[in-house]
Design a protein around this ligand. Structure first.
Ligand code: NAX
Length: 326
């Protein structure tokens, strides 16, 4: 039997947490031969709910789940973590400006970055889900100077999955056959869902589209606005689909994405595709043996380049608001 892996989940008493924890404990993320210890963090006022979640986890009698630790102290929750899923964040309240949200969450993620730097395993892999996810990930990364920046990422996998599902439905094709999807940029309305490289059983999706305007007129806005549509319908933001995406993101990063396919991860920019260093940006990546590589040399259309630069500029604006935390 392998040694257990310590997985920290923040915001564990929240709605995404309630879907995520049971999937992780069931082995969906790291495989059915990997024992795990869950280290759950939430605010002091959420500890009672967290105790209830812990009881339910125990009551599932998951064979892989060796221990559950709950705490409101990040130093306890992040201790020796090898995987850290930063879900907890301050929600946007009524009348709150975007920059106030950036500031409130920036403070949370700078503290958590510092504590990860202090107490987590040196090879910890970090996924930020809490919004604004890309900028929060940048803040955490900058506050953890002793950790490898490449071990910090933000979640674009939900956007990636939404894009795949839209194409599969539109063309009446199985989801599993849609490969090489990309969502560039920020996890926000400026993201650029790009089907120009996508294939279905080796055939370019572009060649299968009956109407070439569908991508610009329907596909891109639908994927960009999907989160808002879920909120309008459910009265709550995406939770099970977000948890599913978080599981898939970490699964592929640790264990490798399917052969000959790529996935979207927001990772530190390195100049690829004219996105200079200094932001956390959605790129197509290949994952292998716990490492990712940005897929290179893809042809980008003029329109695509404009979308990509718009999203980059938005990330620069976000960074400007939190520069005192970096
Ligand atoms: P909930 O409000 O249900 O849960 C958030 C939890 O975080 C609460 O239990 C709260 O007490 C806790 N929390 C707040 N500050 C904390 C801190 N400093 N330390 C530890 N815990 C803290 O939100 P939920 O629906 O679970 O969403 C969580 C975050 O995910 C939100 O920021 C949301 O916007 C974001 N999302 C990101 C997505 C993505 O694709 N990147 C998609 C889904 C989701 O919208």
């Amino acid at each position: 039997m392998k040694a257990p892996i310590r997985i920290t989940v923040t915001g564990a008493a929240g709605q995404i947490g309630y879907s995520l924890l049971f999937r992780i404990a069931n082995g969906d993320m790291l495989g059915d031969d990997q024992p795990i210890i869950l280290q759950l963090l939430d605010l002091p006022q959420a500890q009672q709910v967290l105790r209830g979640v812990m009881m339910e986890l125990e009551d599932c009698a998951f064979p892989l789940l060796q221990q559950v630790i709950i705490s409101d102290d990040p130093k306890i929750a992040f201790k020796d973590a090898e995987i850290a899923m930063l879900v907890g964040a301050r929600p946007r309240s009524k009348g709150m400006e975007r920059k106030d949200l950036l500031e409130a969450n920036g403070v949370i993620f700078s503290v958590q970055g510092r504590i990860l730097n202090e107490v987590a395993a040196r090879h910890v892999k970090v996924l930020v889900v809490g919004n604004p996810a890309n900028t929060n990930a940048l803040i955490a990364m900058k506050n953890a100077p002793d950790l490898d920046p490449r071990n910090f990422s933000a979640m674009m996998r939900l956007d990636h999955n939404r894009a795949i599902a839209q194409v599969a439905q539109h063309l009446f094709q199985p989801v599993r056959d849609v490969k090489r999807m990309i969502v560039w940029g920020n996890h926000s309305g400026t993201q650029y869902p790009d089907l120009n490289h996508a294939q279905i059983r080796g055939i370019p999706v572009r060649d299968l589209l009956p109407d070439q305007n569908w991508a610009e007129n329907e596909f891109i806005p639908t994927v960009q606005k999907r989160g808002t549509m879920v909120i309008e319908a459910r009265g709550l933001s995406s939770a099970a689909s977000a948890a599913n995406a978080a599981v898939a993101h970490m699964h592929d990063w640790v264990l490798g994405a399917h052969h000959n396919n790529w996935v979207t991860m927001s990772v530190p920019s390195d100049g690829s595709y004219d996105i200079p260093e200094g932001v956390i940006y959605g790129f197509p990546v290949r994952c292998n043996q716990g490492r990712y590589q940005i897929v290179q040399n893809l042809a980008i259309s003029e329109l695509g380049r404009r979308h990509m630069q718009d999203s980059y500029r938005e990330l620069l604006e976000e960074r400007e608001h939190v520069k005192h935390l970096l």
